[in-house]
Ligand binder design. Structure first.
Ligand SMILES: Nc1ncnc2c1ncn2[C@@H]1O[C@H](COP(=O)(O)OP(=O)(O)OP(=O)(O)O)[C@@H](O)[C@H]1O
Ligand SMILES: [Mg+2]
Length: 223
């Protein structure tokens, strides 16, 4: 799926103040590519990601997904069928095992048990999780293992857009590298549109396109 940002602005408004989190951002994201949006804390990355997931609509401008403004998309359909958001934490259903978490979107699609098991095996291997993880619960996994399960579930769902918020906020740089490698393969092998938002500048080396965000606007380059 293509995602176009058309002069997107977003403000958080309360009785006390208005915060302009995004200020007229435009860009066209294409399928089959992995993008990193890099910026300091508070620069507007998570806000932009929420708009691209269709969780909210811009205050001004449009987010266009496959030619249709998110104002006109059925938000539930978009998130159920097409877009997966991977957060740093809280990705998984805590009371379901790893296998049940991955299986969840397959059950929604009424996939047969046999096909579901084959798919779970396939996606678990893709993200490097051994079958011994099947019966474990999310609280017994490290944060990067939880992210792998979330990516496996996105793969099982077969969605065409993956939005990952700070998947790299991990003290172990090998794990960070591996998670970004899995995400880039979703773009290059599966043809997904993959967008990673992070403040980790090292991610820039692994992706196809890097966009730098400062105070809700694009900045031309790293310096
Ligand atoms: N619910 C909210 N109400 C008011 N202001 C908010 C809200 N959420 C975010 N903001 C403000 O909007 C701006 C952008 O926030 P956002 O969360 O998008 O930044 P970010 O780049 O994701 O930061 P981080 O790297 O810390 O996650 C910040 O100034 C933040 O304080
Ligand atoms: Mg954020």
């Amino acid at each position: 799926m293509s995602i176009s940002l058309n002069n997107v602005s977003y403000s958080y408004r309360s009785n006390f103040q208005t915060v302009n989190a995004l200020n007229g951002v435009s860009y066209d994201f294409e399928p089959g590519k992995c993008y990193a949006i890099i910026g300091e804390s508070g620069s507007g990355k998570t806000t932009l990601l929420s708009l691209m997931a269709g969780l909210d609509v811009p205050t001004e401008g449009e987010v266009i997904i496959d030619g249709i403004s998110t104002r006109n998309w059925d938000r539930c359909k978009l998130l159920r069928d097409s877009i997966s958001v991977i957060y740093q934490d809280d990705n998984l259903f805590p009371l379901l095992t790893v296998q049940e978490n991955i299986r969840y979107p397959l059950d929604l699609k009424k996939v047969t048990k046999e096909d579901a098991m084959a798919k779970i095996r396939e996606v678990r291997k893709r993200v490097g999780l051994h079958s011994s993880y099947n019966k474990r619960f999310p609280r017994h996994l490290s944060s990067s293992e939880q992210q792998r399960v979330a990516i496996a579930r996105a793969l099982a769902k077969g969605c065409s857009v993956i939005l990952a918020d700070e998947p790299t906020d991990n003290p172990d740089s090998t794990n960070t590298h591996n998670i970004v490698e899995i995400l880039t393969s979703l773009a290059h092998v599966d043809g997904c549109t993959v967008i990673i938002v992070t403040h980790d500048y090292t991610v820039a080396e692994q992706v196809d396109v890097v966009l730098y965000m400062v105070d809700g606007c694009w900045r031309e380059s790293e310096d």
